[in-house]
Ligand binder design. Structure first.
Ligand code: AMX
Length: 437
């Protein structure tokens, strides 16, 4: 069986050729226009980035190399004894565009487990943080510090050829993904379970199996499977979302993958992005407290209006691109529906009911372009049901996951020789002058 690197070595030349052709034959073709509202509106709607592994259709949602979520669930290998997609098979698909065999997936799991231990200086760094420091700050700092051992940086200093950039980038990306569970679990242990021992990495387990084990949930197959699905589904959401875009931008300066992904994590830490799942849970619990056991449509409706009238957004609803219910939300709901303990959980039932009521309220409110739930509407609530109640930690799990997509693109950006990203900006005066012409 071919390794991940060998598979990439095979697929890269055709992609390089495809890009060269696009550039030389169609470089001057026009694909859209830029309106003043795009410039003012956070570049929303501008199609201006290259990102090969996933495309987000406003109506259908995400596809990974053309495969929808249900298709991925059908074809991507799971962990031994499990049913859900695992990080390794999603990473393989994102990187190579191919569905790995179970053997290739297992081989990658083994490689990641073997490379998963943290260097002692990073353990010391993490242990030195106050437990009151937000887990996302700790994760971003830990990831940045791992660049001490960057293969890309060391080779760059020695003067490597451009054609070798991607192999060193891949080595760094694999090392980083391998170490994320130990790093993220150490942060969890230090902040929430100080003094408890951290299990060693089990060389026979997949990446998320190990992560779950180090978090203390190794005996709970149900939450481990949930984490596998969650991490696979959050892996990539095309290029323009703030975390992926940040990794791409920073990486385009030839910063190594550790620094690039660290920057991405700080974008993910914002409440309009990855922090939303924590916000949703806080909001649903406040709703639960206010309306009590009477989860009627009327009560939910009036709580939604109360939120909106106080000038807040309804967390877990709306999206920068999507215009329909998020298929990741649907996949997580289906996960809940197949498990009686989740199906009957009060918080999951409240999430379900809210998702039935909120779209009409948001339509009537009339602001958001998408009144439907995004993935965050449920993701944190499922963790809460399992007794994983430390909300401030939830975005860290998202951060472990988003590495799959963001780091994939760094490998490809180096393989394709993509340049420094440098869009042009306008001042308001310059824009005014332009529109008056
Ligand atoms: N509740 C109330 N108002 C909302 C809203 C919601 N859920 N979603 C959007 N709006 C409002 C916006 O605040 C904006 O109001 P304004 O004109 O007064 O500024 C207006 O509707 C138009 O916004 P939009 O074009 O529909 O959305 P956007 O692309 O600017 O923002 C997003 C997208 C996700 C930030 C926004 O929908 C939001 O704040 N949602 C709630 C937070 C959330 O769930 N974030 C998670 C996103 C997914 C992720 O990254 N994990």
């Amino acid at each position: 069986t071919k390794s991940l690197k060998e598979t990439l070595q095979e697929v890269i030349p055709a992609k390089q050729e495809q890009l060269k052709k696009l550039k030389t034959e169609h470089g001057q073709a026009v694909v859209g226009e830029v309106k003043v509202e795009n410039i003012i509106g956070g570049m929303r709607g501008l199609k201006a980035m290259l990102w090969d592994a996933s495309v987000l259709d406003p109506n259908e949602g995400i596809r990974f190399h053309g495969l929808s979520i249900p298709e991925c669930q059908k074809v991507l290998p799971s962990a031994p004894g499990g049913k859900e997609i695992i990080a390794e098979s999603m990473l393989w698909l994102l990187l190579t565009g191919q569905v790995p065999t179970p053997e290739q997936t297992k081989q990658l799991s083994k490689e990641l487990a073997e490379k998963g231990d943290l260097p002692a200086y990073v353990e010391k760094l993490i242990d030195s943080f106050p437990t009151t420091l937000h887990p996302m700050t700790q994760l971003g700092m830990g990831v940045a510090a791992l660049n001490h051992d960057s293969s890309f940086q060391a080779a760059y200093e020695k003067g490597m050829k451009k054609s070798e950039y991607w192999t060193h980038t891949l080595d760094d990306c694999i090392d980083l993904i391998a170490r994320l569970p130990a790093l993220a679990a150490r942060i969890y242990r230090n902040v929430y379970k100080p003094g408890t021992p951290l299990p060693a990495i089990n060389k026979d387990l997949d990446l998320v199996g190990n992560y779950s084990n180090m978090l203390g949930y190794g005996d709970n197959q149900s939450i481990t499977e949930y984490l596998r699905l969650y991490i696979a589904l959050h892996g990539d959401h095309e290029g323009g979302n703030a975390s992926a875009h940040t990794a791409h931008l920073v990486g385009s300066t030839l910063s190594d993958p550790y620094l690039s992904y660290s920057a991405a994590l700080f974008a993910l830490a914002g409440p309009l992005h990855g922090l939303a799942n924590q916000e949703v849970l806080r909001w649903q619990l406040a709703m639960q407290q206010e309306i009590g056991s009477d989860v009627s449509e009327e009560n939910i409706k009036s709580y939604l209006w109360k939120t909106l009238k106080s000038g807040q957004v309804v967390p877990g609803y709306g999206h920068g691109v999507l215009r329909n219910p998020d298929p990741r939300f649907i996949a997580l709901q289906e996960f809940c529906n197949t498990r009686p303990e989740l199906k009957n959980s009060p918080i999951i039932q409240l999430v379900n009911k809210t998702s039935e009521v909120a779209p009409d309220v948001l339509k009537e409110h009339g602001k958001t372009k998408n009144p439907y739930p995004n993935v965050d509407a449920t993701s944190g609530c499922v963790l809460y049901h399992y007794g994983f109640t430390e909300f401030k930690y939830y975005t860290v799990i998202f951060g472990v996951s988003r590495a799959l997509g963001a780091l994939t693109q760094l490998v490809w950006a180096r393989a394709l020789g993509l340049p420094l990203e440098r869009p042009k900006s306008y001042s308001m005066d310059a824009l005014e002058k332009l529109v008056k012409q």
